[in-house]
Every structure is written in structure tokens, then in C-alpha cells.
Write a protein that binds this ligand. Structure first.
Ligand code: SF4
Length: 287
């Protein structure tokens, strides 16, 4: 397609390309926004129609959803759907809202011949074992916390190397992928609390990140060198007078040798400058 194409032309091109793929697919796979227990239904809310296309054209529809997506009653959607859309995209309600209760029946013309629902655990029951962090299973994946997070806005979603990015991803990914692989995400946070402010589920995301750090230090990456270093750091930083000991050049030398990679390979500590007191005395002596 032409590189100077308009948005309308691009949309039309993609529509033609994808429609044929949708209509000829044997199997369609979707997620689920909610799984409704009392009617045995799967609720999908979307603006693009790709969910409906994936579920109605192919002969087989497979739904893959986490176990926390189950809600008790159909009438609960009265609250969940508008809360999800208003916090996700700022709409009162999304464009397409569909409830599937099984494959097509009798003389029905559209719909799949088979429908299968796969409920994923993938570490979710592991989260349940942690009383405080288990709050995260109330998340409805609206994405409001991502849009509010200053870290996410600067580094983008792919940097997290996880299915879920942003504050929600930083809380749950260590449980889903292992603390060994993803605990660092819980440290990549300024604890500004913006995520907690906007979460419709009232999940204390920034506090959960602190609890994750605690869990990591106490359980997964317990190591005496780290503990001793942190105790020394705490002892020194609680006593400002220690910062005035020695020349700035000497302190910078020690930092460059002993704390060079304390913030990782790509970030260095700011150099020590003359203390405010020294600067003041210098200035005073010159007067
Ligand atoms: S944690 Fe809260 S704000 Fe973030 S996606 Fe889940 S429900 Fe939305």
C-alpha cells in the first residue's frame, strides 16, 4: 500500500486483508472480560468487533481466561461493564458488548459449532496464598493505572517483558512468571500512588509493590551482602553528618569503586558536591 495513504485508506486495506482471514479461519480464540457463573456465559466488551468476528465465523470458538474473571451473576454486569469502559477508554459503554452461552443451536445461522472455555491458573492461586497481594485478583484490566503511571508513560509496555505492563503488571508478573525473573518490576516504581488514585477496584497498587519488594528481599533474593549493605546505607543516611566527612573527590572515588553499579549498568549515582555548609563557609570567608 502507498506510504502516503490516508487513515481511511489504511483502515480499508486492513479491513479487506483481515476480513478474509476471519471468514476462512477454522478456529477463533478470544479472551473474556468476565465469565458469568449463574448463566454459564462469557462476556466480551470491545470497540473493534474482532472479538465477535473471531467467535462467530470460525467453526470452533476457544475462550482462554484467567480464573479471576468469574463473576457471580448476570446482573453484576450492570456495574462491571460501565466501570470497565469508563476507566478503560472514557466511554459510558463500549461499542460491542456480547454474551456467549455456547455454540449455535438448532436452526441458528451464525455462531460456532463448538465452543470451549479454558480457565487459566498460571500462578493465580499462588497469589491467593498471600493475603495482602491477593487483592490484585480483583483487577478488571481496565488499564487506568497504566495511563496514570509516570514510569509506564515513559518506558512503554514492551519493556516489562510480561503479558501485563504498568502497575498491575509490576504487581502480578512476579507471581505469574516467578520472582527470579520479574521481581525487578516491583522496584521500578516511584511509589507516587497515581495508580492507586485511579483504580476503580480500589486496589492499593503502590502498597502492593512495596509488599512485593519485602517478599522478594525476605524470601526470594535473600542474601547477606545485600542485607549488610542496606543496613550500612540506612545507618549512614539517617545521620547527615556522615555526608560531611571527607572531601567530595574522596567520596566520589569510593562511589566509583564500591557503588558503581548500584542502580544498574546504565544509571550512575550523582557525584558528591561540596556540602551546603562548605559552600556557605567558602562564600563567607571570601566576604
Ligand atoms: S489495577 Fe485497577 S486500574 Fe489497574 S487495570 Fe486493574 S482495575 Fe484497572
Amino acid at each position: 500500500m502507498d506510504e502516503n495513504s490516508t487513515a481511511e485508506e489504511m483502515t480499508e486495506f486492513v479491513r479487506q486483508l483481515l476480513r478474509e482471514k476471519f471468514t476462512s479461519a477454522e478456529v477463533g480464540i478470544t479472551g473474556a472480560n468476565f465469565i458469568i457463573e449463574d448463566i454459564g456465559g462469557v462476556a466480551i466488551t470491545e470497540n473493534e468487533g474482532n472479538g465477535i468476528m473471531s467467535s462467530s465465523f470460525p467453526k470452533t470458538h476457544i475462550v482462554i481466561a484467567g480464573i479471576e474473571k468469574i463473576i457471580p451473576k448476570l446482573t453484576d454486569l450492570d456495574i462491571f461493564w460501565p466501570v470497565l469502559s469508563s476507566h478503560g477508554t472514557g466511554q459510558a459503554i463500549t461499542v460491542y458488548n456480547t454474551i456467549f452461552t455456547g455454540p449455535k443451536k438448532g436452526n441458528e445461522e451464525s455462531g460456532p459449532e463448538e465452543m470451549h472455555v479454558i480457565l487459566l491458573d498460571n500462578g493465580r492461586t499462588n497469589v491467593l496464598k498471600h493475603e495482602i497481594q491477593s487483592d490484585i485478583l480483583a483487577c478488571i484490566r481496565c488499564g487506568a493505572c497504566l495511563n496514570a503511571c509516570p514510569i509506564y508513560k515513559n518506558i512503554g509496555g514492551y519493556t516489562y517483558e510480561a503479558t501485563y505492563g504498568g502497575p498491575i503488571g509490576s504487581v502480578i508478573s512476579p507471581f505469574y512468571q516467578g520472582f527470579e525473573k520479574s521481581a525487578h518490576l516491583s522496584y521500578a516504581c516511584t511509589i507516587c500512588g497515581k495508580c492507586t488514585e485511579v483504580c476503580p477496584e480500589k486496589i492499593d497498587l503502590h502498597l502492593l509493590l512495596l509488599h512485593n519488594r519485602n517478599l522478594d528481599v525476605e524470601t526470594y533474593s535473600k542474601n547477606w551482602i545485600f542485607s549488610v549493605s542496606m543496613n550500612i546505607y540506612k545507618f549512614v543516611t539517617l545521620r547527615v553528618k556522615f555526608f560531611d566527612i571527607g572531601f567530595a573527590g574522596l567520596k566520589n572515588f569510593f562511589i566509583s569503586v564500591f557503588a558503581k553499579n548500584v542502580f544498574g549498568q546504565k544509571r550512575s549515582l550523582p557525584p558528591f558536591k561540596k556540602s551546603f555548609r562548605d559552600q556557605y563557609l567558602n562564600k563567607k570567608n571570601k566576604l
